[in-house]
Design a protein around this ligand. Sequence first.
Ligand SMILES: [Mg+2]
Length: 162
Amino acid sequence: MTSRPCVRVPSLSLLWLEELRAEGVQALLLDLDNTLCDPRGDSPTEEAAAFCVRMEEAGMRGYILTNGRGDRAERLAQRLGLPCIARAHKPLPGAYRRALRDLDLPKEAVAAVGDQFFTDGLGAMYVGIRLVLVEPRFPRDKPLVRLLSPLDRILRRLIPER
Ligand SMILES: [Mg+2]
């Protein structure tokens, strides 16, 4: 591994997939709300759909981990053609470990991608997997996320920008 274990990047479209793949990353554990879709919407963003195509082209698998509801998450994951764990209780490690088992990959072979420091960031750090923190795509999110967002904005600056 040559690049840093935690980085920030402005958007999914700027994520350097080929480089990560060359460094041995075979799968991405993807956050759903505000990373791949509007938290109030029912379809993935165009950017997310394009990202999934790029991921496949780079020879990487994707796996959605979301703290959101199961039925909506399943629908969205299906539209993107990705497996999904809903109600993942990030940053707790259970869902991360389940996803690693499911993918049959060691933690060194995956990276987490998400928009929130407190869930996606701490979860990845706790489990010891690489983290790519993206900027939230939409101004609104779940009430708890909104409540923590001023602090989240401060803490995410601790993570170096790529
Ligand atoms: Mg999110």
